[in-house]
Design a protein around this ligand. Structure first.
Ligand SMILES: C[S@@+](CC[C@H](N)C(=O)[O-])C[C@H]1O[C@@H](n2cnc3c(N)ncnc32)[C@H](O)[C@@H]1O
Length: 215
């Protein structure tokens, strides 16, 4: 690990908007952290947290939490919230697998899954962040009418995701497109671009999107 990355990892321990352990926060985000009752939107596998940060800027009346296992990546997002003195954001440095340790049932309003690792090997299917295994976890923390948004560049992953959503009786697919640039209704929300999105766009990939509800 380079010097900068090491410094950022160490800094995470003292950042007031970064959680390294779930102690005391599950079920208490509104009261103990955000000090309001606004909706909570979670970005899983957030990397540098572009959706968390930019949605936070656009919607001061909503709360945003990014989760990623890689501390040096989410440091960027956490630092931006601090520099801009925005109190409506936080980051969890940890695995999405333990999301239910961090949030109580119904505490989360929406989940964003942004450019998840495709995990192409069939044996890795359950590692995909929108696999049935993860949807079961999301169901435990989402409000009954809560939404999940998926944004990806990967055609194989996207087609697999849509097919598995449609085969899952607990999922309702509300909107999907294999090219967000052609979707006028999505223009505003899709104008936020993540680091991975920029890389894939440079390679000529179209960006795909799906919005589902767990029913
Ligand atoms: C391809 S990157 C995308 C990052 C960011 N969302 C973007 O669009 O730029 C996938 C991210 O998901 C994180 N990730 C993958 N599986 C995870 C898991 N089970 N728990 C926590 N983070 C995970 C990785 O650490 C990585 O930062």
């Amino acid at each position: 690990m380079g010097r900068k990355k090491r410094e950022h990892v160490l800094e995470l321990y003292s950042m007031p908007n970064v959680f390294l352990s779930p102690e005391g926060i599950k079920g208490n985000w509104h009261e103990r952290y955000f000090k309001n009752n606004n909706p909570i939107i979670v970005e899983v596998g957030c990397g540098r947290g572009e959706y968390t940060v930019n949605l936070g800027r656009r919607h001061p009346d909503q709360n945003f939490v990014g989760i990623d296992a890689k501390g040096p990546r989410l440091w960027r997002g956490a630092k931006t919230f601090m520099d801009e003195e925005m109190g409506n954001g936080a980051f969890i440095c940890g695995l999405v697998e333990i999301i239910t340790d961090y949030f109580a049932p119904g505490e989360v309003d929406e989940i964003w899954v942004t450019f998840p690792d495709p995990q192409h090997k069939p044996s890795r299917e359950q590692q995909r962040l929108v696999s049935e295994r993860f949807l079961k976890l999301y169901r435990q923390v989402l409000k009954p009418d809560g939404l999940i948004h998926l944004k990806t560049d990967n055609t194989v992953f996207y087609e697999w995701a849509i097919q598995s959503f449609e085969q899952n009786q607990g999922v309702s697919v509300l909107r999907h497109t294999d090219d967000v640039d052609k979707a006028e209704d999505l223009k505003d929300i899709m104008s936020i671009r993540t680091k991975y999105e920029m890389l894939f766009r440079e390679k000529g990939e179209t960006i795909k999107y799906a919005r589902i509800a767990l029913v």
